[in-house]
Structures are given as C-alpha cells and as structure tokens.
Design a protein around this ligand. Structure first.
Ligand code: ADP
Ligand code: MG
Length: 696
C-alpha cells in the first residue's frame, strides 16, 4: 500500500496541484476571484480548465462532469468526454474554460416543486470554485450549483453557499464591535458523524423491501437483538474491517478526512466520523462518503444501508452534525476562551444560537423531516421530535446567574456581568454526557443530532447558518448604536437568556415526562413530516428567507411541495411493495406450509385413525386465521391507496398517507410477522432478521 500522506488527496485538484500546475498569475487571479465571489474571467477559466484536463488525463481520465446536488438529496452527474475531432479522422482531448464554468443538463427530470410549470424547463450548472474538482470512477468531477435558466435555485448547494455568506456578513459585524479587525472572513464548520448498516448482498437480494425501499417492511424480532449491548465499540469483524480499510483508502484519495470508525449500538451497525472542515466542503464530502460507502461495500459482497430505519426493533441510523463558527484567523467563536473579553464574545454568540433555536424550532425540525426519519424521532433511540438545547449543568448555572444577577456558585463565587467578569472555567468533559438531546453544546461546538443517516447535510446547515445569522443581525443592529457597548451587551445577553431559556433542557429527552414538560413550556412537538412541513411556509419563515435572500417565497413553496410529494411517494412505494410481497410471496408461502401441515395430519389419521393431531390442527387453524387476516388487511391497504386519488394537493396527500395509509401498513405488517413466527424456516421466503443482522 502507498503511504497515506501520498495517497491523501491524490484524486483532488487541490491547492497544491493548482500551485504546481497554474502560472502564478492564473493562480492568484483564481484565488482572488473565489475570495471576492466574483465571476471568473474567461482567459483564466481556459487556463484552469486546460491544467485540470492535463492533470486528469495523466491519471487515465477520459470524461468530465458537472457534479451537482439537485433536490433529490443525492448527487447528479452527466458525463461528457474530452474528445474533439481533428483532421484525418483523429481526436484530441480538450476541455475549455466555458465547459468548466457552465454546463447545461436538462432540468426537466429533476424535482422543481412547481417552479418548472411557471418557468422554462432548461437549467444550468455552474462551477463552485470554493470546492475542489476531483476524480471519481475515472471521471473528472466539477462541484457545481444548479439553477433554472431564469435563476431559480434547483439545488441544495446554492442556498448553502448563500447561508454561509449571510453568516459571514453578520458575524463580522459582531467581531468588529469587539475590536477584532484581523478576521476578514467567518465560516461555519461541520463534522458529520455518519451511521450505516452492512448486510450480506446475497441476502439483501432476496428481499424486495430492502431492494425497493431500503428498509424491511416485514420481519419478526430475532431472539437476539441489541439487548446485550455487545456490539457498540465491539471488536470489528474481519469482513467489516476489510471494508473499512478500503473505504478509508478511497475517501483519503478524495481528500476526505475520514478519522474514526467503530461499531454502533445495533448488530451490523457502524459509524464513520471525519475531521471537521468548512460547511460547503463537509457537505460535498458527506455526499461522496455515502456514495463511496455503497460502492466499496459492493466490492466486498456487502450492501451498505443508509436508510434511517432498516430494521424495526433495533436502533436506526442518524447523522450527528457537529457545527461551529470560526474565523479565517483560526478562532472558534463557540469556544468560551479565558478573558472577560473572550467570554463576553462567546456568550453573545451562544445567546444568538439559543435565541435562534428557540425562535426557529420549526425550521430545524423541518430541515430533518422525512418519512424515514419519522421512524426514529421520539422512538427512544434518537432525540424526540421536540427541539431543545442541552448546555450542561455548569453552563446552565452560569446562564442562570447572568439572568438572575445572583452570584455564580461553583468553586469560587463569581459575579457574572457580561464583558466584565471572567467565566469560571468549566471542565469540558462534563458537557457531553447527555446523548438524548437533539441539540447539545459539546464544549466548543453544537451537535445537532436529529439528522437522518441518508439525508444531505445541506438542508439542516442552511437553516442553522441562516437562523443564527438573523439573530446576529438583530444583535449587531442594537449594539452598533449603543452608547455603552459593555452595558448594552450585558443587557442584551440577560434579556436573551430570560426570553429564551425555555429551550434549554438538560434532562432525559427520552422520558415521557419531557413531552409533558415541553408542552407546558410551549415548545413545539411536530410528530410527523407533514405536520412539521406545514410550518416551513409560515409567514415568519418566508420573511427570514427573503430577508437574507436564501430562498424567494416561490423557492420556499417549491421546496415545501417537493418534500410533501417525496413523503407521499415514499409511503406509496412502500405500500405497493408490501402488497406485492404479500400476494406473490407471503400468502403463497403460508399456504404451502398449511398444505404441508394438512397433508401430515391426514397421513397420520390414515395410519392411526384415533390420533388427535392437535398440534397440526391448531397450527393449521392459527395460520389459516392469520392468512385470512393478512388477506383482509391487504385489501384494506389497497382500498385506502385507491382513495388517495381524491387528494387535492401535495399537503392533503401527505396527510392522507400519514393518517390512512401508514396505519394500514402497520396493521398488515403485524399480521404477516405473526405468520413468520409460526412458519417453518424453509417455508418462509425471506432471510429473517436474525440472519440479516448477523450476516457479516
Ligand atoms: P463524539 O461526538 O463521538 O464525542 P468528537 O467530540 O470527537 O466525537 O467529535 C465528533 C465530530 O465533531 C468530529 O467529526 C469532529 O471533527 C467534529 N468537530 C470537532 N470540532 C469541531 C468544530 N469546531 N466544528 C465542527 N465540527 C467539529
Ligand atoms: Mg457525536
């Protein structure tokens, strides 16, 4: 194996490669254009494109693609080769600046949520030079944004970049007030911890539910699940270890800082965490990580399941979005620091986050809403659907002291006037022991834990960046005109804590008591995706997005439609898959077994006429009753699906599926799982949970 430092980033057209391969002038102009966010000059683009092409061709690459992130939540690419015809029936390899900067895929087959009906179908992709080009599967990939011809945003990257800009602008205003003139750029940073399952490919192939929907729609609980807690951090089995080794290599080649790998709570469940980086790159890298996981798994005869809830009864998979704010001078703005000055700045940013999370609980909930994630939230394995903040006892006590004007009582009694007093240093390791909180302060960053494993991290980070930037804007508006900065800041922090402390909760989020308490506090509990989504288009949220030019009202509405539709489509596919499995496989299997039992009973009676054959007869009647019940429930599911055609619009449909189709699916599954428990193993058409979960 090649040494890791040489391997790392070898497939990325990164800064080092650019310095090597571009003339100094081109390099400097490119950097400056990126920094100023200006459009790239065509001669510079031509030079960069030529260098990129030469670099890629030397590595055996023949094609390029604009790599973008449409509203499907995954990535999209359309490959074009470098060939250009020349005299004598020959070709040469060419790649122009124009091709680098702009691509023109047909936008009509990507979700647009109504934007397409009113505007032109054509779309274009444009190079995002803040993320590096890379080679994947022998194709040069150019990270790109995706818009309609009339400028409407059709992707997840553009609003993320916009939200980072907004954060930069507002955070710099605050830093100036603190006299920080050195920092010229503020970015948000993210390290997403990615959970996933690995199952044997041959077993996966035998289950239509896994193939079509990514999760098991049937399946009785195995005799052993996660109750012994012997998988978490357990020793990694050889086949999984071999997968992880190859995965690391592939990710390192792409410049992805894959760092930590371990077994997770459920059998067959694992986690990968990278070292954090800026949010745009982290988002690109997480998409690439998910993509690479699936590919490398296949090379090992495995399937990587990224679904939020592949198996009922054992933990599902999430993604922890570790998020912080940092300056280009390397300062983490969510680090408490040591002096009154640093502490004050920290408390102001912390207050902004607290106010943001309280005022926009709905948006944070919406940002992680999906049919799949609904199975996890509030199911005592993932945070509840209620958004709250964990600060830890000591930081909470400090906030209380600020609020009440009392002394902070810890090792020494301390006054807490913001901007004047020093925060008592609190040990960092006491800050991260509550794993039930959806949004936890972990010493120098926040960990947003509600994300589903398969989701793009762009959505949640667009919201986080925008809502915190909005609060910083309000703070800056007040403080910039205040006659006495320190007094104004102390008052502002006090008021913010007083007004928004209801969002702080350090207790056990899995307990029923919290649901009751949260309701008393007036916190939202948006249990399902359709319910959550309705808040997305609330007046205050449209105003927020408009003010910061993240989404126009039309764009917000289009995203609302797309997410509602995706919810309905997901449930529809699941329901149809269930019906298919029941009719084609489950009922025939049950009947074959019933027939076997009947034949046995008849044979025994023929031999020994007064034999009771109690076991066979009981099983026959139990199984027959269950098959009748499965049959009836399948009909019921078909009939509710049939009535879905009367739904009026996207929201109406989503609610209909939630309230009618979903319960019919749950009820059908219950009856079918009973049959699985009774049926002989060789009659059951699918690998069981026991087989799947302990397959690798
Ligand atoms: P755990 O949550 O399992 O205790 P760690 O505290 O080691 O794990 O970190 C989890 C993730 O948080 C890692 O991906 C790490 O890179 C990321 N992280 C650490 N510091 C920051 C930061 N300032 N901004 C964003 N992410 C960060
Ligand atoms: Mg974590």
């Amino acid at each position: 194996m090649c040494r890791v430092p040489e391997l790392f980033g070898s497939m990325v057209f990164n800064d080092t490669v650019m310095k090597e391969r571009l003339t100094k002038d081109t390099y400097v102009t490119l950097k400056k254009t990126v920094q100023d966010g200006k459009a790239l000059d065509l001669t510079v683009a031509n030079a960069v494109a030529a260098a990129m092409k030469d670099w890629a061709v030397e590595k055996g690459v023949t094609h390029f693609t604009h790599w973008f992130q449409p509203m499907t939540g995954i990535t999209a690419e359309k490959h074009d080769s470098f060939i250009t015809p020349v005299d004598g029936g020959k070709v040469m390899m060419e790649f122009s600046g124009k091709e680098l900067i702009k691509g023109e895929p047909d936008a009509s087959s990507f979700p647009s949520g109504g934007l397409r009906a009113t505007f032109e179908a054509r779309g274009y992709t444009a190079w995002d030079p803040t993320s590096f080009a890379f080679i994947k599967d022998n194709v040069l990939c150019i990270p790109s944004v995706f818009c309609s011809y009339t400028g409407e945003v059709l992707d997840k990257k553009t609003p993320l970049l916009r939200s980072m800009e907004v954060m930069n602008t507002q955070a710099l205003r605050i830093l100036k007030l603190f006299g920080d003139m050195d920092s010229t750029r503020v970015i948000t940073t993210v390290g997403p911890e990615q959970e996933y399952f690995l199952v044997d490919k041959a077993l996966f192939e035998k289950r239509k539910d896994l193939k079509f929907t990514g999760r098991t729609l049937f399946g009785a609980k195995p005799p052993k699940g996660q109750e012994l807690e012997d998988h978490y951090f357990g020793s990694i089995k050889p086949r999984v270890a071999a997968f992880m080794e190859d995965l690391d290599k592939e990710l390192w080649k792409l410049g992805i800082l894959a760092k930590t790998e371990h077994n997770e709570v459920a059998p067959a469940q694992h986690e990968l965490a990278p070292i954090f980086t800026d949010t745009n790159l982290a988002s690109d890298h997480n998409q690439l990580t998910m993509d690479t996981m699936k590919k490398v798994a296949l090379q090992h005869g495995l399937i990587c399941l990224l679904h939020e809830k592949p198996f009922a009864g054992v933990n599902g998979s999430g993604k922890h979005n570790n998020w912080s704010i940092s300056t280009n001078t390397g300062k983490n703005l969510l680090d408490p620091g040591h002096t009154p000055h640093q502490n004050a700045q920290f408390l102001l940013f912390l207050s902004a986050v607290i106010k943001a999370v309280d005022e926009y609980q709905d948006l944070l909930r919406v940002s992680i809403a999906s049919a799949a994630n609904d199975h996890r939230l509030g199911a005592n394995e993932a945070p509840p659907a209620i958004v709250s903040i964990f600060l830890g006892d000591e930081l909470t006590a400090i906030m209380d002291a600020i609020d009440s004007g009392n002394l902070y009582k810890h090792r020494e009694r301390t006054d807490m006037t913001v901007g004047v007093d020093v925060l008592p240093s609190f040990p960092k390791d006491t800050t991260d022991r509550n794993r039930t909180s959806p949004f936890a302060f972990t010493g120098n960053k926040f960990e947003f834990r509600m994300l589903g494993s398969s989701q793009s991290i762009s959505g949640p980070n667009i919201i986080l960046n925008t809502i915190v930037a909005e609060e910083l804007r309000q703070f800056a508006d007040i403080l910039e005109t205040a006659p006495n900065f320190t007094e104004a800041m102390d008052a502002l922090v006090k008021k913010t804590i007083r007004d928004h402390k209801r969002i702080i909760f350090n207790g056990n989020g899995y307990e029923e008591a919290w649901v009751v308490e949260a309701e008393k506090r007036g916190l939202l509990n948006l249990k399902s995706t359709p319910e959550a989504l309705q808040t997305f288009i609330a007046e205050k949220n449209l105003a927020l997005f408009n003010r910061h030019r993240i989404f126009s009202s039309e764009e917000t509405h289009s995203r609302y439609e797309i997410t509602m539709e995706t919810y309905t489509k997901t449930l529809n596919i699941e329901a149809l898959t269930m019906i298919d499995m029941v009719k084609k496989e489950i009922l025939p299997a049950a009947n074959t077994y019933i027939k076997e039992l009947s034949k046995t009973a008849i044979a025994v009676r023929t031999l020994i006429p007064d034999m009771a054959c109690e076991s066979q007869l009981n099983m026959i009647s139990e199984l027959s009753a269950l098959t009748d019940s499965v049959y009836a429930r399948t009909n019921a599911l078909e009939s509710v699906l049939d009535s879905a055609k009367d739904c009026k619009d996207a929201a109406d449909c989503a609610f209909y599926f939630r309230e009618n189709v979903f319960p019919a699916m749950v009820s059908l599954r219950e009856a079918a799982d009973e049959i699985e428990i009774l049926a002989g193993e060789k009659y059951w058409p699918y690998p069981t949970y026991g087989t799947l979960l302990f397959s690798v």
